[in-house]
Design a protein around this ligand. Sequence first.
Ligand code: COI
Length: 355
Amino acid sequence: MEQIKIELTKNPKQKPTDQGSLGFGKIFTDHMFVMNYDKGEGWHNPRIVPFGPFELSPAAMCLHYGQEVFEGMKAYKNADGKTLLFRPEKNMARLNVSNERLCIPQVDEAFCVEAIKKLVEIEEPWIPTAEGTSLYLRPFIFATDAAVGVHPAHHLTFAVICSPVGAYYPEGLNPVRIYVEQNYVRAVRGGMGFTKTAGNYAASLKAQDESEKLGYTQVLWLDGVERKYIEEVGTMNVFFIIDNKIITPSLQGSILSGITRMSSIELLRSWGYEVEERHLSIDEVAKAYDDGKLQEAFGSGTAAVISPIGELKWGDKVMSINNGEIGEITQKLYDNLTGIQWGKIEDTMGWTVEV
Ligand code: COI
């Protein structure tokens, strides 16, 4: 791969002064990474340039048929001022899994990790340091062919933009209320549910909007065939603790293979907890609730981190979990995972990568 060209901005933006009110994904840094794909030439012209608009034909295929994939990752600043990434190679591997499903040419994973490191190094002054903050990184690829026939693109753009962020949910680490969706479905096996592609999120908007109007933070998706088995929460994977066993839906093609999910399972198992990856029906969760055996529930995701679930509403049934408070295991997982990410505790798993 060619050397990354670097063009620094002549008009640096004002950085946020109040790190307590960053919210999520509203502010963008001074630079972005870009490279292009053209059939016959492969991925080329890698560059870091000032953050700014793309020039795009109104006929660009991504606008019409959604040939797009993305990733979500974070850069953290530790107490010694070092910048850390969390398992970036896993994000790039997953990007290629999404690429394969969407007929997008594979990227060189190691090169992309290096490009992201370089971008983060340049944007280092933008990494917030307040408790619970980080620099969110959004790699994405979109099809740019000016053609409205439906076929895989021959021209694509890969970009990475950066955003200083706080908590994804306004609730922060306070438990969220989740609505079990019975009307709409997100994905079915054989579809694209396992990929990070725009269409999966477009499919979630209506249900998300309706549940928000009812006072819920997110919806819990059930499988699209039997409308029975728990899938994910759209912006996070989900875990339930029932009768001292930790259960999370297995990866069967319709849910995202979360890197925070994978890391949570690895950490929990390393502490000796039993973690089952399997089919879990909403009836089983409701029965466990009725029997007093539903102890904790939480979501996991890059943006959401570890997010306790305080209430589940399934039809007329309202399940208040752990009295609406964060559970012991959820708290331990949050503390240890974020401890590793922010470099506050020793990374015995070898997950963090210094920039
Ligand atoms: C992430 O957790 O990074 C995501 O991509 C989820 C979401 C913000 C769409």
